[in-house]
Write a protein that binds this ligand. Structure first.
Ligand code: HEM
Length: 504
């Protein structure tokens, strides 16, 4: 009897192993790719694990090997990587077949389950109808002063600490992150996060510190298998940080609610939190009884979720672009000179949105920055029904996860304007081009889930770059310290950046 039971258990375990291997670790279907290994998929072989090779470089390599469509295994998860622009445009424009990626939702909802970012269907529509107007052009106008004030504060910090114009600054990533966090603190929370204060590094502001821990945890969970990420998030440091953020945000909401309706209407023009509080549901319990289609407004936890998701989505992406801007200016004297010449007509004056938009060469630089270095490597969609891609003709199944790799598209000569090498930073390629496919916009995704902050990001970046260029010149800190390369965090940062800062 014992032997028989052991026999049955052994057969069962063998079948289970066979099933797991077949479903999760076997290359299947007609789409090419590297055979996955047990538990780690393709992560070990391609150097994501062990060698920290950034995923943008891995996908560029795999595209050279397998062509416009291939499969890749993120551990036990199979994704289909699509690098043909016509197919990507088709995916974006067929929202009833391709919706927000489940693997993305699984990870983000661990740290922020109430944000629209990780919702689909009617709940997503309810959230987006409230958050997307917050970044319309008329709103952006009111944020310009804050952006300029914070950039000036950074310049003063540099001026005070810059005894020697030949000093090589190795901390540009932290400096730019502090600048963007400061801007976001004022715009979103109407709060001074103090990241640009001299004492910032020695005495950390409680909310800023908690936000850093939250952002760090969000990045870690994206990289970990879901089950391990869940355990990781139980750690007391994260729990405490989360409690601190919730306490501050609840207090900010209360403060907004104490304002008179007139005052709130006024504050709504310049403050994100005031706008979000304005959308608070009057009776949360009643709203909960309604169907998702009939619900109106946001509950308190949803307002907090939106604040956090806007912070995560908007701060590190833009600060990464500023870092790369500084890097390319330090590498290309010519580009920097041309830009300075273009903006010299305004002397040290602060520019309006219209003036910023009228600067043709600046526009080319920002577009080339977005084309050449998308801060985020790509986006994910999940199939709701079986489908066939129109250009490659590949058949896809319901539940497949599609990855759209921005670098594979934007570094492809077929889609890149002009004849210049797509692997070089060349703002001139955008001069006098119709660029119908708008390859620089690929950086912001597409279709119904495209970035809601893209207009804001473009203007914010332009305003910061102009302000910096009105006052300083960046120089190359030397071959070794300013070698560029790629470092993967939640965004793609330069691995080595070391620049000199000279006040003009
Ligand atoms: C250089 C700056 C930025 C880049 C490169 C960027 C890129 C992206 C990308 C690739 C997506 C996914 C799009 C898709 O799946 O099709 C996204 C979504 C999003 N972005 Fe941005 N973003 C930037 C700045 C911002 C800013 C400043 C904000 C607002 C403060 C913001 C808010 C959002 C939100 C809320 C979503 C989610 C939209 C949804 O759930 O459908 N982003 N962004």
């Amino acid at each position: 009897m014992v032997l028989f039971t052991l026999f049955i258990i052994t057969i069962f375990l063998l079948l289970l192993c066979y099933y797991i291997k077949r479903i999760y670790f076997t290359l299947y279907g007609s789409i090419p790719g590297l055979p996955p290994q047990f538990l780690v998929g393709n992560l070990l072989e391609t150097g994501v694990i062990g060698k920290n090779i950034p995923i943008n470089l891995i996908f560029l390599d795999l595209k050279a090997k397998f062509g416009d469509i291939f499969q890749y295994w993120l551990g036990p998860t199979r994704i289909i990587v699509v690098s043909r622009l016509e197919d990507v445009q088709y995916i974006y424009s067929h929202r009833h077949i391709y919706d927000q990626g489940d693997i993305f939702i699984d990870k983000i909802s661990l740290v922020n389950p109430y944000a629209g970012l990780c919702m689909k269907g009617a709940s997503f529509k309810r959230h987006i109808s409230i958050t997307s107007p917050l970044f319309r052009r008329n709103k952006i106008n009111t944020y310009l002063d804050t952006i300029n004030d914070c950039t000036d504060k950074l310049l003063i910090r540099w001026q005070n600490s810059n005894d020697n114009s030949r000093e090589i600054h190795l901390n540009m990533i932290e400096q730019c992150q502090q600048l963007l966090l400061s801007i976001f603190g004022y715009i979103a929370f109407d709060y001074d996060l103090q990241t640009l204060d001299d004492e910032y590094n020695s005495q950390k502001n409680e909310l800023t510190h908690a936000l850093h821990i939250h952002l760090g945890a969000a990045i870690t969970t994206i990289q970990l298998p879901t089950i391990i990420a869940r355990i990781y998030l139980l750690n007391p440091v994260y729990r405490r940080a989360r409690a601190t953020i919730d306490r501050y945000l609840q207090e900010m909401i209360e403060q907004e609610l104490r304002e008179t309706p007139d005052m709130r209407a006024e504050r709504k023009r310049t403050s994100l939190i005031a706008s979000l509080v304005d959308s608070l549901q009057q009776d949360e319990k009643l709203e909960q009884t309604k169907s998702e289609e009939d619900k109106k407004g946001l509950s308190r936890v949803e307002v907090i979720g939106e604040m956090l998701s806007l912070l995560s989505a908007g701060y590190s992406t833009t600060s990464t672009s500023v870092v790369w801007f500084i890097f390319f200016m330090s590498k290309s004297c010519n580009v920097q000179k041309k830009l300075k010449k273009e903006i010299s007509q305004y002397d040290h004056q602060r520019l309006t949105i219209e003036q910023l938009d009228s600067l043709v060469y600046l526009d080319c630089i920002i577009r080339e920055l977005f084309r050449f270095i998308p801060p985020i490597v790509g986006t994910v969609r999940t199939l709701i029904n079986d489908d066939q891609l129109p250009s490659t003709g590949v058949h896809l199944n319901k539940g497949d996860q599609i990855f759209i790799p921005f670098y594979n598209l934007s570094r492809d000569q077929r889609y890149c304007p002009g004849l210049m090498d797509p692997n070089q930073f060349h703002p001139e390629r955008f001069l006098n081009t119709t660029n119908d496919n708008k390859i620089d916009s690929i950086t912001f995704g597409g279709g119904h889930r495209q970035c809601i902050g893209q207009d804001f990001a473009r203007i914010e970046l332009k305003a910061i770059c102009v302000r910096l260029m009105q006052h300083v010149t960046f120089g190359d800190g030397g071959e070794k310290v300013n070698a560029g390369g790629y470092k993967q965090t939640d965004t793609i940062l330069p691995k080595h950046i070391g620049v000199t800062i000279t006040f003009d």
